[in-house]
Design a protein around this ligand. Structure first.
Ligand SMILES: C[S@@+](CC[C@H](N)C(=O)[O-])C[C@H]1O[C@@H](n2cnc3c(N)ncnc32)[C@H](O)[C@@H]1O
Ligand SMILES: [Zn+2]
Length: 364
């Protein structure tokens, strides 16, 4: 047994590698983001459901650091015993349940629902529909990244209903795939899930959604925000919509459905920034500050980034500093760094314009 501190709580965790008393310190950034999103959007009587709480790292932190009512649930008896001890040691009171998330019998709606499973959250979504109301904030974490990133094409088609493939902008694809699949799952029930914040690093994808209801709203949202993506594996060119042949002569690979709009709500971002000011105790304070600052200047209406290392590798070129390329592109286009990938840029310029700038910088 060992004691660790995360945020404002102390957790007793087992040192045995038992999967059912799960605690992963590397995911503290996800819990920090949960604190910021929830505190930014909470109201006086908000109620939070942590559907898969394990030993309570997230549920207890939400109660302590955001000060709203929390219900925590996990199927594992051991995890729930540990959660109860952790709640007692921290003098925190939350409602604790020990059920299969698929059979939860609570007769109320929640303002916030967090789903953080091993792997994909998608299979839990049908079971939480009864807890959703207009305005519910749904927080999903996925760790099946090889599937979401387009490396396991058939698994992605089966699990998420999306046809896609390997790209140089795989983190962007992963976030957008989780968004698309969630939107389509709920759309069958006339529920609209609008993404309001997305992030990915290491082996996870995180997206927050705001729930709305009504079939016309869903229809209009789908019409505006879902399209095909044509991607050329030969030259890395990409276009929204369906086109058969790329300018390089190769056949485009088609991804569908693809979410083409922005997934970070700028108003929420401002609120998160304000919340962060008073929370320099957060374990990932500096990292999140950097992410927020980058997002303020990034245009996520451009639904991809370009990986400069991959462009250099494909074209047998020396890798040029991204700052130089951004500076040159900015004279004619929108161009910026990318909050998801340090060696990438986000720009409205196409691959040929980027290549021509790289060649100009390199000289004859
Ligand atoms: C990744 S852990 C959750 C970690 C936690 N959110 C945190 O921040 O530390 C996933 C948890 O889901 C639980 N779980 C898996 N299937 C479940 C089910 N059908 N119903 C309820 N809990 C389940 C597991 O016991 C495990 O504790
Ligand atoms: Zn091409």
């Amino acid at each position: 047994m060992k004691k660790i501190v995360e945020g404002k709580i102390e957790l007793e965790i087992t040192t045995e590698l038992k999967k059912d008393e799960f605690y992963n310190p590397a995911m503290s950034i996800v819990r920090d983001l949960n604190i910021l999103v929830t505190s930014s959007l909470k109201s006086e009587n908000s109620k939070y459901l942590d559907l898969l709480s394990s030993i309570g790292a997230n549920a207890l932190r939400i109660k302590k650091e955001v000060e709203i009512e929390v219900v925590a649930n996990d199927i594992s008896k051991n995890a729930i015993e540990r959660l109860k001890k952790n709640a007692k040691n921290n003098k925190i009171e939350i409602e604790i349940l020990n059920e299969d998330a698929k059979n939860l019998k609570i007769d109320e709606k929640f303002d916030f629902i967090d789903i953080d499973p091993f792997g994909s959250p998608i299979k839990f979504l049908p079971y939480i529909i009864k807890f959703l109301k207009k305005g519910t904030i749904l927080s999903l974490t996925a760790t099946d990244t090889s599937t979401l990133f387009g490396l396991k094409e058939l698994t992605c088609l089966r699990r998420y209903g999306i046809k896609c493939s390997k790209t140089d902008f795989y983190r962007e694809l992963g976030i957008r795939n989780l968004i698309t699949a969630t939107i389509f799952l709920f759309s069958k029930f006339n529920i609209l899930s609008i993404p309001i914040f997305g992030y990915s690093e290491k082996h996870f994808v995180k997206v927050y959604f705001k729930i709305d209801k009504g079939k016309t709203k869903v229809n209009n949202y789908l019409e505006k925000n879902i399209n095909f993506l044509s991607y050329c594996k030969n030259c890395l060119n990409r276009e929204i919509g369906i086109k058969e042949f790329c300018n390089c002569g190769s056949k485009f690979t088609h991804f569908f459905p693809y979410f083409i709009s922005e997934y970070v709500d700028k108003e929420l971002l401002e609120k998160m920034e304000k919340e962060l000011e008073n929370r320099d105790y957060l374990p990932n304070y500096k990292k999140i500050k950097k992410i927020i600052n980058m997002l303020k200047n990034e245009n996520l209406k451009i639904p991809w980034y370009f990986d400069l290392h991959e462009i250099a590798r494909k074209n047998k070129l020396q890798c040029i500093k991204k700052e130089k390329i951004i500076e040159r592109l900015k004279k004619r286009y929108y161009a910026s760094e990318c909050f998801l990938e340090s060696k990438a840029i986000r720009t409205e310029a196409n691959i040929y314009e980027i290549l021509s700038e790289i060649k100009n910088i390199m000289g004859p």
